[in-house]
Structures are given as C-alpha cells and as structure tokens.
Design a protein around this ligand. Structure first.
Ligand code: SAM
Length: 480
C-alpha cells in the first residue's frame, strides 16, 4: 500500500481532538494500516444463513461487524486475495455489496427502533451515490415503502442506478437535484431523512492515501457551509416526529459536531438529539458528550466516520418554492392491461404483482412504482421510479432484466439453475448450449438460488438475454 500523505497542518489540527501524544501515535499508525475488507449481505437476494454457508464453502472467513447484522469483515483464502471481489459470481449476482464497515452505521442509526414500514414509509437519502447506504436502507425496508435517493452528480447517479439494479432494489425513486431543494419542495414529506453529506473525507485515508493531500482549513469551512444548508433542507423535509441522521466520513469538528449544533441552535424547540451510545455493544467507545458517534479509525479498526441522530419534535414550515416538475409521461395501467400482465407473470413464472406497488405505463413499458409515490406524482421530478416490469410486444409481454433480478427469487416456474461455468458464459454474453434441452421459452436464470437474469430456451440452447451494457469479458473468480 502507498504510504498515506498526512500534512503537518492536519496533524496540528487533530492533535487537540485526540487528547494525548500516545493516541495521536495510534491514530497515525492506524491511518497507515491497510483497511480491512468488509461486505454487507444483500438480504433482498439471499438469506444470512444461506450466504454464510456459501461463504464457508468458498473458504471465506467472515467476522461479524458489531453494529450491522448483515455486515462482515471478509478474509478470503490466500490464492483468492488478489483477485477482485467485484469479479466474483456472488458479487455479480447481487448477494453482497462491498461496503466499509463504518459506512454501515448511518442506515442502522436511522432505522434503529423504528418499527419498519408502519412508522417509516417515506425515507429520503439526500446524497445517495454510489448507493451503499441506499441499498442498505432498501434492504432494511424489505423493499417496502418509498426510498427517495437523490444525487447531484449525473455520473454518480448512473453508478447509483446500476447498484440499485444489481441489488434488486424496487422501492427507490431517484432524483437529481441539489439536496437543498427538498425542504421547500417536499416540506415535512418524509418520516426519516439520511444526510450522508459531501465532506472532506478525512476518515478515508486508509482507502485513499491521497485523501488528505489537499487538506486545508479553507476547504473545510467551505464544505461546512454546504453541509449546514443541506441540514436545514433535511430538517424541513422531515415530518414532525421523524428522525434525521447526519453522517460524514470526515473527522473534523467543523464538518461534524458544529454542523449538527448549528441546526440545533437554529431550531431549539423543534429538535432533540437521540444519543447513539446504545446503538451497539461498544458504541460508548465512540460516543461524544452530545451523544453522537465520532468513529476514529483506531477505535474499531475501520475508516473514520461521524454519525448523529436527531428527532424533529415540532413542525416548522417554510414558504414553498416553485418546483421544477417537468412533464409526467406515465399513465396508470388500464384494468385490462394489468390483468393481462398478471396473467403473463403467473403463467410464465408463477409470479404475483407485489402489493405495495402500482403499475404505470409509458409507451410500451410498464413500470412498478412504490405506492407512497403516487401522492407526489406530477409534483416533483423523479429520474427513475421503482422498476421497469415488462415491455409489451406484438405477441404479449416480456419481463425486463431488472425485474427478473428483483422478483426472480419469488418465481416458482420457469427457473433454470446455472452452473458456475454457465454463469461465466452468461456474463460474457454467450448463448448456453446444454445436453438436456431446457424448458422452452422464457427462462429465469438462477445462480445458487439468486436470480441473475433472463434467457430463452430454444431446443438445446439457452439464448442469452443479458443487456449488452452488462456483458463483461473477464473470468469470474471465487466459486467452488
Ligand atoms: N451516501 C453515499 C453512499 O453511501 O454510497 C455516499 C455519498 S457521498 C459522501 C456524498 C455525495 O453527495 C456525493 O455523491 C456527491 O456527488 C453528492 N453531493 C454533493 N453536493 C450535493 C448536493 N448539494 N446535493 C446532493 N448531493 C450532493
């Protein structure tokens, strides 16, 4: 690993926060250690017992992350260690997300103690890409309710979209605005808001040795000003009684405690801090006097992180501002179309339409939108809502790749289990030739019980329907 650049000005800044010389030395020592690899199991696609059993067979050693029951530090056998985890069959099949352990904290803090979909049916992830926390929230919500995932950067929005599809997230609506708009455009519209803010990234030096190279006080203050604006918007977007989590992967007080405290000082009657001291066994090591978690890298041998949890206790409305809604090109699917689609899904895959979603049509495509979204339709411009379920063609309908990924687990017919070799050919975009003819017609291709996409049985061949942009040349690694 390249030695991290830690400017003296930065050390001068953190020394008083760390307290004494010995802690400073430990901090520097940990900043120089390679980061432990961690993953989060995607329970939308595989159960924890099934995943751990599979991992054991691979020789993967899993150590539980204490604050996230789906999170594990991972050690692979020596011969696999240098092979990219992102090329494993398990990764491509959406069984897990590669996520730094401390980054699993904010979604856990947001949903801790909230009773699932009854209290929390509308969640906002205000700065969402590349989607580690969005996919974590979606899985924790069990694909129910509505999760709005907003991101300012267009290129990162594309990555977010790819993550959502791979992981089978169906309850997400993406948007592409400055987070600053939510407070006025959807005032008090959310039960929970996560602001995982753009930040100086001081805690990420173990992953990115150059993270601190351009560190400066001026940059830090500029970021803090944006964070305060985003916090104000997050506060106004939250309904009274709702919960707000603020998090960063940086360590400075200016971007963390001071941002939260600024909001508390602004609305002292309308907000309370909820201490995170009891979030998990050992959280007390990281807790600040205010009840926030300030995770130094040396505390849990992780990246640095900051998390605060607030509850809104009173309404505070601001005058609404003109929204940019744009055109809304979808119409609710007609009764007859809905019936035909239900019939097609039932007949071909033994699938039923998920109850918490509504079917909409745009041109020849039918989309499943999370139903809490209906209230906001036409009032707010979302980039992509829910999932595209089927496309109509002359002879009927065709399930889409993304719907196959998200719903395939529930299918009872039309499933075809691939061997590891067949899976590799499938991801390489090749047709599969098999000795025993597969069931003819549309097939849901499965790997270890996870839906990976679609094919079509034609005599002894399975025609490959993997979207071209997902085709990859490389070999898969890590299977048994
Ligand atoms: N939550 C993400 C995850 O866990 O994968 C990481 C988010 S990253 C810390 C912060 C994100 O905020 C970046 O993707 C950045 O492009 C985005 N961003 C920057 N300014 C923003 C703004 N004003 N509104 C919304 N997003 C913004």
């Amino acid at each position: 690993m390249q030695h991290p650049v830690i400017p003296q000005a930065y050390l001068d800044k953190v020394t008083p926060l760390l307290g004494d010389e010995a802690t400073l030395r430990t901090f520097i020592d940990y900043c120089q250690r390679p980061l432990r690899r961690s993953i989060r199991v995607n329970t939308l696609k595989i159960t924890l017992p099934d995943f751990t059993e599979r991992a054991q067979k691979q020789g993967w050693q899993l150590e539980a992350v204490p604050w996230c029951k789906e999170g594990f530090w991972l050690q692979r056998p020596a011969e696999q260690e240098n092979l990219p985890l992102g090329n494993t069959a398990e990764f491509l099949a959406g069984m897990f997300y590669i996520q730094e352990a401390s980054s699993m904290l904010p979604p856990v803090a947001l949903l801790a103690g909230e009773s699932g979909t009854t209290d929390i049916s509308r969640v906002l992830d205000m700065a969402a890409a590349p989607g580690s926390k969005t996919t974590q929230l979606s899985a924790s919500m069990n694909n129910q309710g509505l999760l709005v995932a907003n991101e300012l950067s267009s290129s990162r929005l594309k990555v977010l979209n790819a993550s959502l599809q791979r992981m089978g997230a169906m309850n997400v609506a993406m948007s592409h605005f400055e987070g600053q708009v939510f407070g006025q455009w959807l005032p008090e519209g959310f039960d929970a808001v996560l602001l995982d803010a753009p930040c100086g990234g001081e805690g990420t030096v173990r992953k990115d040795p150059l993270a601190l190279q351009n560190w400066s006080e001026a940059a830090l203050h500029k970021l803090a000003a944006v964070q305060k604006e985003l916090m104000d918007s997050a506060f106004h977007a939250l309904r009274p009684g709702g919960v707000l989590v603020y998090s960063t992967c940086t360590l400075s007080v200016e971007e963390n405690q001071q941002v939260v405290n600024a909001l508390l000082n602004r609305y002292p009657q309308a907000l309370v801090v909820e201490s995170l001291a009891g979030l998990f066994d050992g959280a007390d090591k990281a807790v600040t006097p205010e009840g926030y978690l300030h995770v130094w890298p040396q505390l849990f041998d992780s990246e640095g992180f900051f998390v605060a949890r607030l509850r809104k206790t009173q309404s505070r409305l601001r005058p609404e501002r003109q929204k940019r809604t744009g055109k809304f090109p979808y119409v609710p699917a007609a009764r007859q179309q809905t019936d035909e689609i239900c019939h097609y899904l039932q007949r071909t895959f033994g699938l039923v339409l998920p109850e918490q979603h509504r079917l909409f049509k745009r041109d020849n495509d039918f989309w499943l939108f999370p139903s809490p979204l209906l209230e906001w339709m036409g009032q707010f411009r979302f980039d992509r809502m829910g999932i595209k379920l089927v496309t109509a063609h002359r002879q009927g309908f065709r399930l889409t790749h993304e719907a196959a990924i998200a719903l395939g687990k529930q299918a009872v017919t039309g499933r075809y289990e691939l061997s590891p070799e067949q899976l590799e050919s499938y991801y390489q975009g090749k047709d599969l030739f098999v000795e025993v003819p597969p069931p003819q017609g549309e097939l849901l291709l499965m790997f270890a019980g996870c839906a990976v996409g679609l094919g079509k049985g034609l005599n002894n061949r399975i025609k490959n329907s993997l979207p071209r942009d997902l085709v990859r040349d490389g070999r898969l690694v890590g299977w048994v």
